[in-house]
Ligand binder design. Structure first.
Ligand SMILES: Cc1cc2nc3c(=O)[nH]c(=O)nc-3n(C[C@H](O)[C@H](O)[C@H](O)COP(=O)(O)OP(=O)(O)OC[C@H]3O[C@@H](n4cnc5c(N)ncnc54)[C@H](O)[C@@H]3O)c2cc1C
Length: 436
């Protein structure tokens, strides 16, 4: 067993310098050099029971085996192993929170292995060597599939069903395919050229994209069911969670996703972001790049612990305070504050009234109830308020074959990697149903 995890650290300067990166929208994360990768891969201890693969990664990526091939310099073997479970690793290698790293055994005595960065190295090497091929079938089976929605779930299902020999058409209401990969996750985390590169491969394999087409408006679902052997709804979670407080309708209060898609600029504004999660963090990064005067991100939940909470012991995904690359670029972060109402100034939002809250915790450290500290109200100046409080799970659709529902549309808001894993599972069900 390699013991390098004991005396080698993770790479700490993973991101481009803040002063440089906030002037552009290019990916903030730099690529590790082959030498850095060789050192990092040597930190994998090849556990007898690799929790990273077994319980961490929803796709079941063969992580220790991939690391072993990288360590031996067999990058093509590493790629073949990665591609055997992961349909589009260039996306997870950039945006996945790396659930695998949360369950890495090295973390018990040191820091987890840089699994996501190693994945990025493997997939980018594969693209550079032209090992990534369009998902062409060995033979056609004559069956036709309609997929509604081109996010990671729809694209994964398209790949798997095309490989199985089906004719696949993907319908997308937006001008370009990609779902939240393109119209949610900011370009400074995922370069749009990476999405375009994958879409070209799918088109080469014969997958047809019909963008600017809304199912339910331009074409009915019934028509798709009549004209295809199976229909998959991969429509995501379109409804953001709203905040029903006084003056919610004032101009200047926007949903985070609209802001991320360029509806308003934060230039020169006092920005208050309501919601302490990843979408809120993306808004911090975007507002800084647009030249906001100052940015405050508030969250009603209590501040998480700096270290893994004992409510989530290893190998579970740790509940702890996370600092994203966007937070490093500058923002005030506040926890345990409730939004009471918005205040008007010259016909638009001018401030947010907030109250601190006290939390009660369960015996294992989970936040349970809160009590507002009435009388301690505070006013935050705000010319732009961004609501980043997550998305509502869509009403469940009765999915009786030949109709299937997949990804966030089926399971509620989640992660790219989970949408992909679900699409693999549902594609297998489609194949069983069609007997192909
Ligand atoms: C701002 C933001 C940042 C995120 N960052 C991360 C991250 O860093 N890492 C991570 O793992 N996850 C992240 N997520 C979550 C992740 O993006 C989603 O879990 C994932 O994209 C879900 O995939 P999906 O294919 O199910 O749905 P989506 O990606 O939402 O795709 C659904 C697609 O269906 C289309 N559609 C909907 N209705 C119709 C219709 N009637 N007709 C035609 N097309 C339709 C939509 O336009 C959309 O393109 C983020 C989410 C947001 C909002």
């Amino acid at each position: 067993m390699d013991k390098n995890f004991l005396h080698l650290s993770r790479v700490s300067d993973l991101y481009r310098p803040v002063a440089e990166r906030i002037t552009d929208f290019r990916e903030v994360e730099r690529r590790l050099s082959p030498e850095e990768i060789a050192r990092q891969v040597s930190r994998c201890m090849h556990c007898g029971i690799p929790f990273c693969h077994g319980s961490g990664c929803p796709l079941g990526n063969l992580i220790p085996d991939i690391h072993e091939q990288v360590r031996r310099g067999n990058l093509q073997n590493a790629w073949n192993l990665l591609a055997s479970t992961s349909p589009m690793p260039e996306f997870t290698a950039r945006v996945c929170p790396a659930l695998c790293e949360g369950s890495c055994t090295a973390q018990l005595v040191s820091e987890s292995v840089m699994i996501r960065q190693i994945e990025k190295y493997v997939v980018e090497s594969a693209f550079a060597h032209h090992w990534v091929q369009p998902p062409r079938p060995r033979c056609e089976n004559g069956r036709s599939i309609a997929i509604v929605g081109s996010g990671p779930a729809g694209l994964t299902a398209a790949i798997r069903l095309r490989q199985a020999g089906c004719r696949v058409t993907v319908f997308e209401q937006r001008p370009l395919p990609g779902g939240l990969l393109r119209y949610g996750i900011p370009a400074f985390k995922l370069d749009r050229a990476v999405i375009d590169r994958r879409i070209e491969l799918l088109k080469d394999a014969g997958i047809v994209f019909r963008c600017d087409t809304t199912i339910g408006r331009d074409i009915s679902r019934e028509f798709l069911l009549r004209t295809h052997d199976a229909v998959l709804l991969a429509t995501g979670t379109p409804s953001p969670r709203d905040l029903a407080v006084e003056n919610r309708s004032l101009p200047g209060i926007e949903f985070a996703l609209d802001f991320l898609n360029g509806t308003t600029s934060a230039a020169g504004k006092n920005v208050v972001i309501i919601g302490g999660g990843d979408t809120g963090a993306d808004c911090v990064g975007m507002a800084n790049r647009q030249g906001a005067s100052n940015i405050t991100q508030i969250e009603i939940m209590p501040e998480p612990p700096r270290e893994r909470s004992f409510s989530t012991p290893w190998p579970q995904w740790p509940y702890l305070r996370r600092t994203s690359s966007s937070h490093q670029e500058g923002a005030i972060r506040r926890w345990g504050v409730q939004t009471v109402r918005f205040l008007e100034r010259n016909g638009t939002v001018g401030a947010v009234e907030i109250l601190p809250v006290d939390w009660e915790f369960s015996p294992n450290g989970r936040p349970l109830h809160f009590t507002p500290r009435i009388g301690e109200k505070e006013i935050l100046a705000a010319d732009l308020v961004l609501l980043a409080m997550g998305f509502l799970k869509p009403e469940s659709i009765e999915a009786v074959p030949p109709l299937f529902v997949v990804g966030d549309a089926a399971n509620g808001p989640s992660l790219v990697v989970r949408a992909m894993a679900d699409a693999i599972r549902i594609s297998q069900k489609v194949q069983q149903f069609l007997e192909v």
